[in-house]
Design a protein around this ligand. Sequence first.
Ligand SMILES: CC(C)(COP(=O)(O)OP(=O)(O)OC[C@H]1O[C@@H](n2cnc3c(N)ncnc32)[C@H](O)[C@@H]1OP(=O)(O)O)[C@@H](O)C(=O)NCCC(=O)NCCS
Length: 221
Amino acid sequence: MTTILRRPWWRRAYDDHVPSPVDTAADRQAVRRIARRERTHLAGVLARAFEDDELSRWIYRDHPSRLRWVRSDFRLRLSQHGPDDLSYTTDDLVGAAIWAAPDRWKGHATGQLRAFGAIPRVARNRVRIGEMQRELDRRHPSIPHLYLALLGVTRERRRTGLASALLVPALTLADERGWPAYVEAGSDEAAAFYESAGFSVTGAVQLPTAPVVHLMWREPR
Ligand SMILES: CC(C)(COP(=O)(O)OP(=O)(O)OC[C@H]1O[C@@H](n2cnc3c(N)ncnc32)[C@H](O)[C@@H]1OP(=O)(O)O)[C@@H](O)C(=O)NCCC(=O)NCCS
């Protein structure tokens, strides 16, 4: 009883939810939750997935250290959202989907402490990171929703249905609980993918010289 009272409402809502294994079309591997020990490796996989991403190239100005900075940024996000237990991968660790629970889109305080480790990266690129983050935060919906903080699949495994499969457990949960879902798509290709997953564009962030970021929303089914 005490444990239940200590848990926040969103946690109680899905703690007992056991996602059914989702087969990926590629090799029939089941989508499963990310283990803590896999976070560092997956941050590297995700950073590689975003290697050609226009938004990350804009933020980090194609600096030779960009891959390293992006990896540390993604490692941070995995820590911030990991405690929500809504982060998914497959056994071969070639992609991942990182979700935040309702009202948790800014991440957990413990994870935010790790931001100190990112100070040199942030200091060097602080103006662009700050501008973009402020605008995305300002436009972030206030009604409770699941937030897809990060999704990426290694280049060799794209267009095999893997990213779609990675979204299934959280979207199934969202539908069961009546939660909408929200994501920011940093490229037209990503927006096309999210449309295929049932999201619709509700707005856009367009900073001078930056690529358009599409704001996308999915109502529960
Ligand atoms: C976007 C991304 C996650 C899609 O992963 P994926 O595993 O290739 O996606 P799926 O195979 O599940 O694609 C499902 C459908 O989405 C659409 N889609 C996927 N990638 C697309 C692209 N580059 N352009 C247009 N439509 C695309 C298609 O309709 C596709 O169905 P089809 O292959 O039968 O035509 C992947 O390309 C990626 O990791 N990109 C770099 C990181 C990124 O942009 N992440 C999202 C950032 S916000």
